[in-house]
Structure formats: C-alpha cells, structure tokens
Design a protein around this ligand. Structure first.
Ligand code: FNR
Length: 352
C-alpha cells in the first residue's frame, strides 16, 4: 500500500540544507545576525538579594489587552517549509501557552484559517497581522480589512524591507521557492525586476498616515531603528517594533539591544515599544524588558522548535521560557514585568 503524499508537499521538494539556510541565514556577512544574539548575552544582571517576591506575575498589557506572557511569535514567511503543522501549528501552540502571534503576509496558510485556530483559546495572547506593502495602497487596505473581518486585533506594517534580496548563505544553498508555493495572503504579487521598480513602490510617511486614517485596526510599525523615526512613529501610530529584521535585510545595522534605549527615550511612553532580534532565551527577554520594551517578538527559536517538533515542540519551548522567566524574575526581586528596570542591568563585559 502506498501512502498518499501530504497536500503541503511542494512540486519539487527543496533540500533540507537549503531550507535551513533560508530560515537561519542573514544578509551580507551576517554581522548583524550574530551581533543581535551576542549583544543580549553581553548585558549582565545585577540583582539585589534578600528581596525575593512571594509571587511572580509575567502578564503584560498592550493596546488595551492583558495577556499571560510578554512575548509574541514574530512574523515569519513560508512556515510550511519547516513543518507540515506550519502557521496553524505555531498559532495553536502560542495560543495554548498564552503567547501572542504576528502572522506574516507571506504565510503559507490563509489568515482566516489561522484565526479560526487561535480565537477560541481563552488564555491566548494577541493575534496581529503583519503587512508587507506590496501593490497599491488600496491593496494594503483590502488586506487589512480582510484581517479585521477574520478577528485580527492589530496590523504591523514592516517598513525596513522595501528592497530585499537573498542572503549569501541562502543563495549558496540554492534555495528557491517552488513556482506553485502557496501564499494565500499576498495583497498583490511582490514587485520583482529592477531595483528602480522596487524603489518606485517603496512606501513613505504619507502612506503610513493614509493607512492609519483608513485602517479599522491599530497600526504598529516594524523595523524602527532610529530615535528620530521612533519619535515620528509615536505621533502617527499605535506602537512600534525596534527591529533590524533579524539581520536579514541590511547587514551592518547595530544589534537591537544597542538601539532600544534611545528609541524608548525618544518615545517617552507615547506608545508601546516592542523589540526583536537575537532573543535566544528568557533571560534575554528579561533584559529587553528591563531596557524598556513593553513586549518582545521571537523569530528563529520558534521556527527551529517547529521544524524539530511541530506544534508540540513550540509549546514545549514556550513552557521552558516561561519557567525560566519566572525563576529569573524571582532571583532579580521582580514580582511584575513593570518591576524590571535598567537598574538591574550592567553593561560592558559585566563591569558594574
Ligand atoms: C523573518 N522576518 C520577517 N519579518 C516580517 O516582517 N515579515 C516576514 O514575512 C518575515 N519573514 C521572516 C522569515 C524568516 C525565516 C525569519 C527568520 C525572519 C523577520 C522576523 O519577523 C523578526 O524580525 C526576526 O526574525 C527577529 O529576529 P530573530 O528572533 O529571528 O533573531
């Protein structure tokens, strides 16, 4: 008896090494990719003793909603390449473990199908939709309206990648999406061809203001690195994500741990500030929160967990991170996320 192939099998299966290169790789020499993780590690913790809280509470409140953990899955494209559970599996595991999810425009699963999996879960974190601004403004708005109808609670416009090309690791691996690869959420075909064709469609601040005024959902900008842009975004939008796209777009950007404090300072509490890039365990998250982030997005650790163990692998990762965060908060004398402050941290090769 021959088993019929699963319906997510691409026409020409990609080599596992090429898929790995796509998920793990970064732009250029991967300087930013490596620096992101190294920078969190280089921050030291300097807790006070004999101040252990009797209880630890990891809940956060963002955009008027309270949920059990300070993290969301970052938007990541093409997750059916990692595991047949794909975006629905990631979403279910996040919802069951009280984590949020940001679904990518380039997901391999329809946004409605992901929403149906997540929305009934009582403990779930926020469900947001990430928007790549392909096509015309009206195409973006139609997609945002579709996400709104499906139950998404915010839209995250990615502003740091008007031009994208494959990283060197990815190119060397021979990675290429099969021609018939499913992308059921694209507002329009991504522009291809000359650099000039891409630049002609790159969004600007007027586009952001237009989208904000027409969108039925709160709007966050993802890919903010400069404090002056953060200042402008805080006046215009409902939140921002300090991100260098996990070192996948422009190599040479500083690590997000180094960028975050100036952005927090510029925003002055006008809107939530999230951060991503290089967070590899819960103590890294604790440091990001202590530097002033209101929550974090996590990328590659989740795709690795999904690839290895499907939805149960993702759930196990979140459980480990939650245990580690609670333990580390207790050791730092922090009963709540708000109690994590820069006073807990020391910089520069652990010199207080
Ligand atoms: C991404 N990222 C991303 N960002 C985005 O806005 N839309 C997208 O479709 C994708 N796709 C994507 C695919 C893959 C394979 C990766 C690894 C990343 C960037 C992502 O949202 C996030 O900014 C980084 O992944 C965070 O860094 P870490 O946690 O991976 O180090």
């Amino acid at each position: 008896m021959t088993a019929s192939p699963p319906d997510t099998t691409p026409a020409a299966p990609l080599a596992a090494a090429a898929i790995r290169a796509y998920f793990e790789g970064g732009a250029g020499d991967e300087v930013t990719l490596r620096a992101n993780a190294a920078a969190w590690r280089a921050i030291g913790l300097r807790p006070r003793v004999l101040a252990t809280p009797r209880q630890v509470d990891t809940q956060v409140t963002l955009l008027g909603r309270r949920w059990p953990t300070p993290w969301l899955a970052a938007p990541m494209a093409h997750l059916a390449l990692a595991h047949p559970d794909a975006e629905r599996g990631l979403a279910l595991a996040c919802a069951a473990q009280g984590a949020g999810l940001v679904l990518s425009t380039q997901a391999s699963t329809a946004l409605e199908s992901v929403a149906r999996a997540v929305l009934p879960e009582p403990q779930r974190g926020p469900l947001w939709f990430q928007l790549y601004p392909y096509g015309e403004r009206e195409d973006w708005l139609r997609l945002v309206q579709r996400a709104h109808r499906a139950g998404y609670e915010a839209v995250v416009l990615t502003v740091d990648a008007p031009v994208q090309w494959a990283g060197e690791r990815e190119r060397a691996s021979g990675f290429a999406l099969p021609a018939d690869w499913p992308q059921p959420n694209l507002p329009a075909r991504p522009e291809t061809g000359t650099l000039e064709a891409l630049l002609a469609r790159a969004p600007d601040w007027d586009d952001v203001a237009w989208l904000r005024s027409h969108s039925p959902l709160p709007l966050l900008l993802k890919g903010i690195t400069h404090p002056a842009d953060a200042d402008r975004a805080a006046d215009l939008c409902d939140g921002l994500v300090v991100s260098n796209h996990g070192g996948r777009v422009l190599d040479g950007l500083p690590p997000t741990a180094a960028l975050l404090p100036a952005v927090v300072e510029a925003v002055q509490g006008r809107c939530p500030v999230l951060v991503d890039g290089g967070l590899r365990r819960a103590t890294d998250v604790l440091k990001a929160l202590a530097l002033g982030a209101n929550a974090v997005l996590v990328g590659r650790p989740l795709v690795a967990a999904l690839a290895q163990g499907g939805a149960p692998g993702v759930a196990a990762l979140w459980r480990r991170w939650h245990d580690e965060l609670r333990g580390a908060m207790a050791l730092c004398g922090a009963a709540t996320i708000d109690a994590l402050t820069p006073a807990l941290l020391c910089h520069g090769a652990f010199h207080p």
